[in-house]
Design a protein around this ligand. Structure first.
Ligand SMILES: O=C(CO)[C@@H](O)[C@H](O)CF
Length: 529
């Protein structure tokens, strides 16, 4: 049986619990997962969650997550996984979700019996059995009250990196405090999904890390401490229930005796602070300053590396999970692949080949034609509908098909560049665009991305990025005190593949077009109100 050291990366995501093991050469030597719906049907979740009758409240049973860990550890043990090889572990969790530990739960955590599965030992440890998760949007009243309490939406964004969002944890805690004050009073500790998972391995309450803590509307992202005005606006005595936040690379301690006795973990196996799934994915992609990741999926999501953040009313600024002096920004767009597929079906006969041909046959800058394609209400800007403008900024009702296709793709990427730069993102000579997600298979689309950002585009496989990033962070945590960067620690890992470089002269074409796009977006926003 192999005995070489390895590191574990966990991901307590919305639909699954996933684990990945990498050896000292960063080769993946084990992967496994538990699908909540399929493997734990007794919890009757759909996509790992329960959508309540009001269609706004969305929760997940906390004991489902505990039982999933029991299951996956038993699966690994019966497959002969040698836990004594594990030098360190870290992990990720879906962001914003919250867990409420009942008075006395800490002693249950500290005295786990190796003869029992976790879910039996912890079954009465939670004052709220159905944890609110990131898909919940039932806390609009709490959001407005928090923004009012601190001096407005922009003030809250300046402090915490985001205006108030329904899924953000502070607003969720405020709702629990107002609807179930007795449950709140019985709660001795509140965790995020990430720090809850770390607590299970530690056998004690684990602290919230700076990066995932940035998704709560409670953490001051500049001094990395809970903001008293935000805490007080959400619930009394909240700071004490949260504990102090820590840097994401912090070694929290060794794995609890439970894991050594029941599964044969190494007594010296270290637990490195867990973080959110998006920050963990950023670690997997080993972004450096000036880099940007764009996930071209159902929704398009951008991760940006930012040194001097400029929080705005759109997007989110989080403390970086890999560099305590830096930040990451998150921009989400609803009209991503579904919008691209709709235009493909409508005017390219449903064929990506036709779509790409049309794209490649039209000039950079589309002869000044600009389009906004919002099939559903967009997040940034909060606008919907299709809006086309010719080179004289006159609204037109149609474009020729190939012009329409280029207007869609150029418009989607110009918007992303404009909003990223508004948050403080800077395109540097070293900038790399890392593309992932379905549409990153389409070279014609990536060529437009490269031209609009005037930067090279690489593709990277991020199938299990939050797990992989967590394994990398486990390795980095062991040497972080020596101020070695994560990128240096994992430089042996497989790198991204170069797929597009900007065409000559594109900067001169897009500079004025980006300005026009920004002005026209304002016009579209006003007409949508
Ligand atoms: O809400 C989100 C980020 O703000 C989602 O990406 C969740 O982290 C998904 F679990």
């Amino acid at each position: 049986m192999a005995t070489e050291a390895c590191h574990l990366g966990w991901d307590f995501s919305t639909q699954k619990l996933k684990v990945i093991a990498v050896d000292e050469k960063l080769r993946v030597i084990h992967e496994d997962n538990v699908n909540f719906d399929k493997d734990l049907p007794e919890f009757s979740t759909q996509g790992g969650v329960c959508v309540h009758n009001d269609r706004l409240t969305v929760t997940s049973p906390v004991l489902m997550w505990v039982k999933a860990l029991d299951l996956i550890l038993e699966k690994m043990k019966s497959s002969g996984f040698n836990f004594s090889r594990v030098k360190a572990l870290s992990g990720a969790g879906q962001q914003h979700g919250s867990i409420y530990w009942k008075q006395g739960a800490s002693s249950a955590l500290q005295n786990l019996s190796p003869d029992l599965p976790l879910h039996q030992s912890l079954q009465s440890c939670f004052s709220v059995s159905n944890s609110p998760v990131w898909m919940d949007s039932s806390t609009t009243a709490q959001c407005r009250s928090l923004e009012k309490a601190v001096g407005g939406a922009q003030r809250l964004a300046d402090i915490t990196g985001s205006r108030a969002y329904e899924r953000f944890t502070g607003n969720q805690i405020a709702k629990i405090y107002s609807l179930s004050p007795e449950a709140y009073a019985q709660t001795e500790r509140i965790s995020l999904v990430s720090s809850f998972a770390a607590s299970l391995f530690l056998g004690a309450y684990a602290p919230i890390d700076y990066s995932d803590g940035s998704g709560m509307n409670l953490l001051d992202i500049h001094n990395k401490a809970w903001n008293p005005a935000c805490l007080d606006a959400c619930a009394p005595g909240l700071g004490k229930k949260l504990g102090d936040p820590v840097p994401s690379c912090k070694v929290l301690g060794s794995v609890a005796p439970y894991y050594i006795q029941r599964f044969g973990f190494n007594p010296h196996c270290k637990v490195v602070a867990f973080t959110g799934d998006n920050p963990a994915s950023l670690a997997a992609m080993r972004l450096a300053e000036g880099d940007l990741t764009i996930s071209l999926g159902t929704s398009d999501t951008l991760f940006l590396w930012i040194k001097q953040p400029k929080p705005a009313l759109e997007g989110h600024i989080l403390c970086s999970p890999v560099d305590t002096e830096a930040y990451m920004a998150l921009l989400c767009y609803k009209n991503g692949s579904l919008m691209r597929e709709k235009i493909r079906d409508k005017i390219a006969f449903g064929s990506w080949e036709e779509f790409s041909k049309a794209l490649a046959s039209t000039p950079v800058g589309n002869e000044g034609n600009v389009g906004f394609y919002f099939d559903v209400m967009e997040i940034i800007p909060k606008a919907e509908g299709i809006h086309r403008f010719n080179k004289h900024n006159e609204k037109v009702t149609t474009f020729p098909k190939e012009v329409e296709i280029r207007a869609l793709i150029e418009g989607q990427f110009m918007a992303k560049r404009i909003h990223a730069e508004k948050l403080g993102y800077k395109i540097l000579p070293t900038t790399r665009i890392l593309a992932t997600g379905g549409a990153s298979d389409n070279e014609a689309i990536l060529q437009v991305l490269s031209d609009v950002f005037n930067a090279p585009v690489y593709t990277i496989d991020t199938a299990n990025s939050a797990c992989l990033g967590s394994a990398y962070r486990a390795i980095h945590g062991l040497v972080a005190e020596t101020s070695v960067s994560l990128t240096d620690v994992v430089k042996l890992a497989p790198g991204p593949k170069l797929v597009a470089t900007p065409k000559a002269g594109v900067a001169q074409i897009y500079q004025p077009l980006l300005k026009r796009y920004m002005d026209l977006e304002e016009q579209v926003l006003k007409s949508s109100k």
